[in-house]
Write a protein that binds this ligand. Structure first.
Ligand code: DC
Length: 217
């Protein structure tokens, strides 16, 4: 592929965006950028360095000395691979919380835009089509019922050996949907020019195929 193409995938927690974005990226040779992982990394650092997210000055100072990057599919926070550390239920809630802080969004959105300037990418998140890459060549908005999303995430967490109940996961998904859709800054919203896809009852292959066909048609 000679021309740079950017594919934006937005949608609520647990809609399967990252699984699909990874698969489509592999098929099309696009670098996958998981922007949720970037918010999780900031949430992780906030928690592990005991910074109060409401302390704007402390948050800004922390952000100024924070480096986030991707390398071969790993997320690197200040030189450390944090893939597993950021995938707990606690970090999901923390990510949702810090993602409402203007300084956090400013820093991460700038980084994300830079990542989309030099190479073809597939990026997933909440505000990619509406804010980060408004001129992306392809935009998708993936949804699924809260119950199905909770079921998928619950199974994922149990497989990783985490001790959670389905009710807690569903409850957290509903809370996160609310946080993500009602925050003032760049809330989760379908871009007017995005293709909407409800994946309830669809398999990973079916969704991957749908997006692959749209991008290559
Ligand atoms: O996709 P995820 O569950 O890993 O995202 C974690 C949190 O980060 C989610 O609750 C909302 C936030 N987020 C965001 O505000 N904007 C993005 N582009 C990606 C994620």
């Amino acid at each position: 592929m000679s021309k740079i193409i950017r594919v934006a995938i937005d949608g609520p927690s647990g809609a399967g965006k990252s699984t699909i974005a990874k698969a489509v990226g592999k098929k099309l040779g696009l670098d996958y950028i998981d922007t949720g992982a970037m918010y999780r990394a900031v949430g992780y650092k906030t928690l592990t360095t005991s910074i109060d997210p409401d302390d704007a000055a402390a948050m800004q100072q922390m952000l100024d000395s924070t480096e986030i990057d991707f390398s071969k599919g790993d997320i690197i926070l200040d030189g450390e691979i944090v893939n597993d550390k950021i995938r707990t239920n606690e970090m999901s809630m923390m990510a949702s919380r810090v993602s409402a802080i203007p300084a956090v969004r400013e820093k991460l959105v700038e980084l994300q835009r830079k990542m989309g300037q030099t190479k073809s990418i597939i990026m997933d998140g909440r505000d990619i089509g509406t804010n980060v890459l408004t001129d992306a060549e392809f935009k998708f908005f993936m949804t699924a019922s809260a119950e199905e999303r909770a079921d998928r995430r619950y199974k994922e967490l149990i497989e990783k050996g985490q001790d959670v109940s389905y009710e807690t996961v569903l409850d957290d998904i509903i809370k996160r949907d609310h946080n993500d859709m009602t925050r003032k800054l760049n809330p989760l919203k379908k871009a007017d020019d995005a293709i909407e896809l409800d994946t309830t009852g669809m398999s990973i292959e079916e969704v991957t195929d749908f997006i692959f066909k749209e991008v290559t048609k």
